[in-house]
Design a protein around this ligand. Structure first.
Ligand SMILES: [Fe+2]
Length: 321
């Protein structure tokens, strides 16, 4: 790599380019053919762009199949299985299909109902609808940073209980009840309750991030009404349009996000058109609040072994003080 004399933020390596697509988060990476055989320096470029921009997008990765998707994932860490939804084909790659009962049209961070929820999610578009079906991401570090100081101080002191058992029908009143019941029976087959700090210190960047989203059941120690009002107040700063980026999928696209510094939302506006994506999640660590206190699994006593592979959130050991 040659040393540039003038700042050229878009060029990070001879062939790899990183171009921002949103003011707060999001960048397109070009010049990379994803797979398990990438050079370590290319993986390092991708990882550093991912930490800086929170979500990175790649076009034209049609060559990827389940195996290559997973092999690429291993370059970022250890792939983990969903804690409750079994793998149907012996792969870590998890199907996200429009014909499933529940759609991801709520702001959330993946799998926050377990302590060590995934660090990264790698989503690959296989079939995209002719219109709609975009995904939005929000930056939870800038959401925190831009809070007025009194709210930052308040958030720093809070903890919240996250669960995978919630009222699915209330969130999806338009869904086919049988499909929704089937999805709920699998998704919440084991009920998890985890208490997380509302402000997490990011283990790699040191940034403070808001840890909320739709798995939040309540703020610890508050009544239902106070809890709802406070969650809504903080969450509204995450969801502000200026704090988000929106991606229009093409088949063969790959998005990778830092699940510790983002929330996302799958827009449900493609009517009955097919939308099929596959997601590989990479193991994370147990969050720690600004006071050094770690997240705690309240229920069950440990994360059960899934029918296939290593469970997301399996590493529930408390970090060293
Ligand atoms: Fe998700």
């Amino acid at each position: 790599m040659t040393t540039a004399t003038a700042p050229a933020p878009s060029v990070t390596a001879p062939t790899v380019t990183v171009r921002k697509v949103g003011g707060r988060l999001g960048a397109v990476i070009s010049g990379v053919r994803l797979g398990g055989d990438l050079a370590p320096e290319t993986v390092a470029e991708i990882r550093s762009a991912l930490l800086a921009h929170k979500v990175v997008f790649f076009r034209g990765q049609d060559h990827l199949d389940e195996e290559a998707h997973e092999a690429f994932g291993r370059l970022l860490g250890t792939p983990v299985a969903h804690p409750t939804v079994p793998s149907t084909d012996g792969r870590y790659s998890f199907p996200i299909d429009s014909d499933h009962g529940a759609r991801a049209n709520q702001w959330h961070t993946d799998v926050t109902f377990v302590p060590a929820y995934p660090a990264f999610s790698i989503l690959r578009a296989v079939v995209v609808p002719p219109y709609g079906g975009n995904t939005l991401w929000a930056n939870t570090a800038t959401a925190y940073e831009n809070l007025p100081e009194p709210l930052r101080n308040l958030a720093d002191a809070l903890r919240a209980v996250h669960s995978n058992a919630y009222d699915y029908a209330a969130l999806r009143p338009d869904a086919v009840p049988e499909r929704l019941a089937r999805f709920r029976d699998v998704f919440a087959s084991t009920k998890f309750l985890t208490e997380h700090p509302v402000v997490r210190v990011h283990p790699e960047t040191g940034e403070r991030t808001l840890l909320l989203g739709n798995f939040v059941q309540r703020i610890s120690g508050l009544t239902g009404a106070d809890s709802r009002a406070l969650v809504q107040l903080l969450q509204s700063h995450v969801e502000r349009p200026e704090n988000t980026v929106r991606w229009q999928w093409e088949a063969g696209d790959v998005a990778i996000w830092d699940n510790r510094a983002t929330q996302h939302y799958g827009v449900d506006d493609s009517d009955d058109h097919d939308r099929k994506l596959r997601r590989v999640t990479i193991d994370g660590d147990v969050p720690v609040g600004v006071d050094g206190r770690a997240s705690e699994l309240l229920e069950p006593s440990s994360v059960p072994e899934p029918s296939f592979g290593v469970a997301s959130g399996a590493s529930t050991e408390q970090p060293a003080a």
